[in-house]
Design a protein around this ligand. Sequence first.
Ligand SMILES: [Fe+2]
Length: 174
Amino acid sequence: MKYGDSSLLNIEEGEVSEISLDYSRAEMIEYIKNQFKINWNGLHGANHWARVLHHGKYIGKRRNADLLVIELFAFLHDSCRWDDGRDPNHGERGADFAYGINGKFFKLNDLQLDDLCFAIRHHSGGEISSNPTIQTCWDSDRLDLGRVGIIPSPKFISDVASEMIDYAYDLSIK
Ligand SMILES: [Fe+2]
């Protein structure tokens, strides 16, 4: 896949992935939406998640990371926000939420669930990880910071993600 070729797809129609991952995506998104407390079309809503997924799929493939964990991160990391500000506990709430729905819409093994919950819990802490799956989750979220006027520093993202900063910035402000 040449990066930048695929357009953003409508997550509500379940058209987000060229790879068919074996889980109940549409049902999970509906479930998330029904408990979502902030603007679905806002800064931390569905359009942001679609861009995070778009970046994550590309970086994850390049890094041989776990594409299911990366996809679930995109949909779940901001799913339990109470506001569009800092909301310091949203990562903790999101991780608990993700843990609670394992077995309902997706079935992760213990290692995958640990990675997903760790990535969600700590996604806004500015950490870096040597685990390619966790770092890909964080890379993908950080690459979309252009929507709030921030260009991510290469210090906090992988080398693969660093190559994408300009492209991701343009996408984030469209
Ligand atoms: Fe995010």
